[in-house]
Design a protein around this ligand. Sequence first.
Ligand code: PLP
Length: 421
Amino acid sequence: FAALQRDDPEIATVLLDELARQQETLQLVASESFASPAVLAALGSTLANKYAEGYPGNRYYGGCAQVDRAEQLAIERAMELFGAQHANVQPHSGASANLAAYAALAEPGDPVLALGLPHGGHLTHGSRANFSGKWFHPIAYRVDPDTEEIDYDEVRDLALAHRPKLIICGSASYPRLIDFALFREIADEVGAYLMVDAAHVIGLVAGRAVPSPVPHADVVTCTTHKALRGPRGGMILCREELAQRVDKAVFPFAQGGPMMHTVAAKAVALREAAMPSFRRYAQQTVRNARALAAGLTAEGMRPVTGGTDTHLALLDLRDLGVRGTEAEARCARARIALNKNAIPYDPEKPAVASGVRVGTPSVTSQGMGEDEMRRIAGLIGAAVRSDPATAGGASRLDEVGTEVSELVRRFPVYAQQEVMA
Ligand code: PLP
């Protein structure tokens, strides 16, 4: 960091300001957590200089002995942690992992059955704006309008009617456990591959806080930077007989050279995720999400599906008469980072939304527990109800911001010297 301060003070200042933001505001974005200083150290290393197209022992470049060791460790640690027969740790992101999984399992034009975007599916699950909706034939299943849980009967009916090549489950905002065994059954009934996009829950799976999709899926894709607390990146786990197809779909089909500094950082994170302390973190993350959802219910926000089994809750704000965009902006002013989010059957446009999504991986990494979640629920409630256009509302948001600062100061994330050495 000293070199950066000397050679590029402008960017050094950006890094310092971002560290301050992470230290001084409350992080409730469900897709984020805090990578350890060891993970960050691997990212900022000389492995970033190395080209290594190919796989360990079979590269298109010389000088790969060291990076081969890093990638082999990442692969072995992933297989061991998740009980997977094969792991590919090269995808640059969750979206790249999904592109490769489609390429491994389906052909352009094939029908693909996945949760619709308005119901919690990801862009890569068939959105018209994405390769998945442009190059494949997307069919969307939904959640039940009453229970707001996945309508498995509809999944089966659509599968029987359309005979998809690929069935996808996994979500960015679904707070409940997904019945992977039932998805497997449906996929088998129609001869489809089952892909689980576990981007959001893979950290909880690693910490044994939720059931694993690995025994049920043909392919599991994920990110490594959410609750798993690794570097920004993706990963694919699969059965042995699909290993070659998956590897070829990542490189050379979807990507060029892997980011070896990121691969090394994934190895570090996977080692950390196998430790007892990570299990405690994952399990506390779920307990915290439940406590936060209950606290927010008391503040007049309705948790979609009535609660959560995971690290996140999706809150319907309509009873408060506040839209997602307004709630997000009010919370930001009160030093609380969360995001607006569509709720199932949302009457608002996605860019406005009737809900917000909150997640607990970051605050749990900081050491907060259920008492803090109850307090945070009160702070969110106060912020969401405060209209900054009114004099009273604006000053209330400032007061909440001060209370948030006091709270996060008690749970410091990162010692400055550890991450800015
Ligand atoms: N799949 C799901 C379910 C996600 O939530 C996300 C990202 O939020 C992705 C895939 C894509 O990951 P990335 O942003 O790394 O491309």
